[in-house]
Design a protein around this ligand. Sequence first.
Ligand SMILES: Cc1ncc(C[n+]2csc(CCOP(=O)(O)OP(=O)(O)O)c2C)c(N)n1
Ligand SMILES: [Mg+2]
Length: 324
Amino acid sequence: MSPDLSRRLLREMMRIRIVEETIADRYAEWKMRCPVHLSIGQEAPSAAAGLVLRHSDLTVSGHRAHAHYLAKGGDLPAMIAEIYGKATGCSGGKGGSMHLVDERVGFMGSTAIVGGTVPVGVGLALSLQLRGKDDVVCIFIGDAVLETGVFYEAANFAVLRRLPVLFLCENNLYSVYSPLSVRQPLDRPLERVAKGIGLMTVSGDGNDVRACHALIDGAVSRLRGGAGPQFVELSTYRWREHCGPLYDNDIGYRTVEEFEAWRQRDPIDLFRGVLRQEGTVDDAWMAAATTALREEVTAAFAFADSSPVPPAGEAFAHIYSVEP
Ligand SMILES: Cc1ncc(C[n+]2csc(CCOP(=O)(O)OP(=O)(O)O)c2C)c(N)n1
Ligand SMILES: [Mg+2]
């Protein structure tokens, strides 16, 4: 991997981390009035996907979508403004954190309904195929999406029609407070389920950004070569509570030992260590990158804060695709 790509991967993970830590720090100001699901600790799959996908590729996501939107080239001020419910938000201030959409960067939508955007993504892939494009659709999913019926219907259709779809599964072991062990037979990993439907599958360490990049790059190359839909499962871990800015290790659904073991494997620390050892980044690079990212984030929050709320009548606009 080139030094330039390595630095871009590290920078992208740092950017997501700084954005989300700022959301967490400022959440108590009560200016962000929608729920937020943070990806702190699981930045690597997003950063890797963002640097593999092209601008013209399409993406859909679910409730934990900030990292996906930013990595796909989303507009940071427009995302923060969306979380603030402002007219300048990427969804006009009507969607909030869980309903990001931005056709300018091929981010075709996210919803709070687990699995809800899977058939949307497959439909987008069908349209790309019918139009003879070699672009692909990346459908970001969590491990719980394999517990929704719609995943099986949509994945089956994608396999049947050899659609250019990447199911990118961030397996963080939990669906809210339920570990995989109470949801899936332990001897039947998710990858095997996906393989059973006919998806080509690979899995790997979701906290190793280089491994993520290699797996996603391979899957996307196979897709562009017409190999049919791909399933990439990346194991990672969410640090904060399922929904909200806090930590919730005190409520007992997971152990502090488990949390600490994953935190020791911070994807940013791990990769920074590797790049320092290789001489690809040094303290000066880190300091400059951190300062520039903090300035960018501060400006995005100032933009959101000073933007107007949508006019009341907007509540009734864009409800139907064809306005009366
Ligand atoms: C159809 C549906 N069922 C249940 C819920 C409640 N719910 C919201 S998030 C979530 C867990 C999703 O877990 P996963 O897909 O693994 O994503 P993660 O939160 O771990 O990133 C659930 C069950 C929902 N939003 N939609
Ligand atoms: Mg999960």
